[in-house]
Write a protein that binds this ligand. Sequence first.
Ligand code: PHE
Length: 348
Amino acid sequence: MSSERIEALLQRALEELHAATTQDALTEWHARYLGRRGDVTALLRQLGTLPPEERPAFGRAANALKEELQRAYEQREREIRELELAARIASEAVDVTLPGRVPPIGTLHPVTQMIREVTDIFAHLGFQVVEGPEVEYGYYAFDALNIPPEHPARDVWDTIFIESDQKEIVLRPHTSPMQIRVMQRRQPPIRVVVPGRCYRYEAVDATHEWHFHQIEGLAVDEHITMADLKGTLAEFARQLFGRERRVRFRCDFFPFVEPGVDFAIDCMFCRGEGCRVCGNSGWIEILGAGMVHPQVLRNVGYDPERYSGWAFGMGVERLVMLKYGVPDIRYFYQGDLRFLQQFDRIPV
Ligand code: PHE
């Protein structure tokens, strides 16, 4: 075994070592040269086959080769570890200067936004927000509200019935049953607003839905008069539709109030001139209201000689339609994002 061959083996091994760029390739290289069946080990084994006088020189050369390769191997291993770490750092790097990704979140439904806006206004006027059941007894929806079974007014709310055999159970056609529930539970003074879903057996068109929302209001105390009703509703309408609004109260009929009124504001689109929105009248009716009927007070055990009150009920979809010029009530419940997203930027 000549020293040229040792030299040649060294050169080949070093070349291959530098060609190795991964831990796996390095391990393979180690097995090929320095492992139990490796070339260098085989070389050292040949020692015994040599004539004794050649053995010391050959042994030294072979050992020197082994040590050099071992050193080179260790250095290469460090290099590869650094290379692999650098590659990993580069591939996993996070560019912290990139703008963040905004997760898509929904927007509040325009009806929800309007409920919040209206209840906020009343909250600042001293009213508490309460809610009640959507499935309601006929007693609360009609009888206690002074609408007897045979009364023609009972047809005004074309009601969806759940059960009528034993006890009359309905999907509430208005939020007024909560007047009764609140008065039964509490004693005056009472000032509440009640937002909630209502249902009617209705032919659906641009201004009627079988499912919609109302906000009820009720104030009961000693010495409550029609002036309180007028002042509170005028202030509410001006906060919602603009301070310059003029208001109009006209007689109307609801069995649970006396007197009953229809409350209107001057049309904010034409300022009372007359246009398509207000049907050329210059006025827009926004709610029904009135002084709580003495019989209703008696029905909940209140003394009408001592207590009086006023109540109102309004349609929430209608308010949104008026405020934002929505032409068709059916848009609210079709789930069309092109419609709903237009209410994206309205502050809540
Ligand atoms: N409940 C009536 C309706 O649905 C509205 C109303 C409420 C009227 C309270 C007067 C007082 O039309």
